[in-house]
Design a protein around this ligand. Sequence first.
Ligand SMILES: *Cc1c(COP(=O)(O)O)cnc(C)c1O
Length: 222
Amino acid sequence: MKALEARFLSIHSQIAAAATAAGRSPDAVTLVAVSKFHPASCIAALAAIGQRDFAENYVQEALSKQELLASHPVFEQLIWHFTGPIQSNKTRAIATHFSWVHSVDRPKIAERLSAQRPDTLPPLKVFVEVNLDGESTKAGVSLAQLPAMVALCARLPRIELVGLMVIPARASTDAFVRLAKINANLPTPLPMLSMGMSADFPAAIAAGSTHVRIGTALFGAR
Ligand SMILES: *Cc1c(COP(=O)(O)O)cnc(C)c1O
């Protein structure tokens, strides 16, 4: 697990360097460790050296890891993010077992997550995923649909809309700057932006990312 610790420290220093270069505080950027396809033991190892935010893409995989980790001394402090594609028959499990969802991509999903969020938990924090380049193969709301989606999420009582999320098209070099601009132009700009993965997180931080979602650079290849 020495290699994992080295990668963790390296990513933290790269995050801090990118934030400082952009005139931002390193504390303004949260590292979300994307642990999909990596075993619960890797999550435990990272939790032991201070990581708290973990993201999963598949509900069953996430629930089995949460169960394995339930007796870990810091389990209660772990913060679970969902970053995968959302089928509507999975919304209840997501609303129950996660605190954040980055991949809310259509009105029906927002409505179901709000309706199914247990009353005993605080509102579910959500990002709306934006399909910036109108790619037919990609999830996310179009720019045309975004204002209505943001208005809907603001009305739903059991979700808290915190920001926008993007997975850029391969050829897109300015996606992060564009998403930040789109957010700034909303009637009420949202406080957070979920953007940046292993290959491009420094550029995302330069453009204002508050949540970088990093898998490979932290855990190694999947
Ligand atoms: C897998 C995944 C990541 C992490 O990607 P890496 O390139 O491995 O860092 C980030 N965001 C989403 C939505 C993902 O599915």
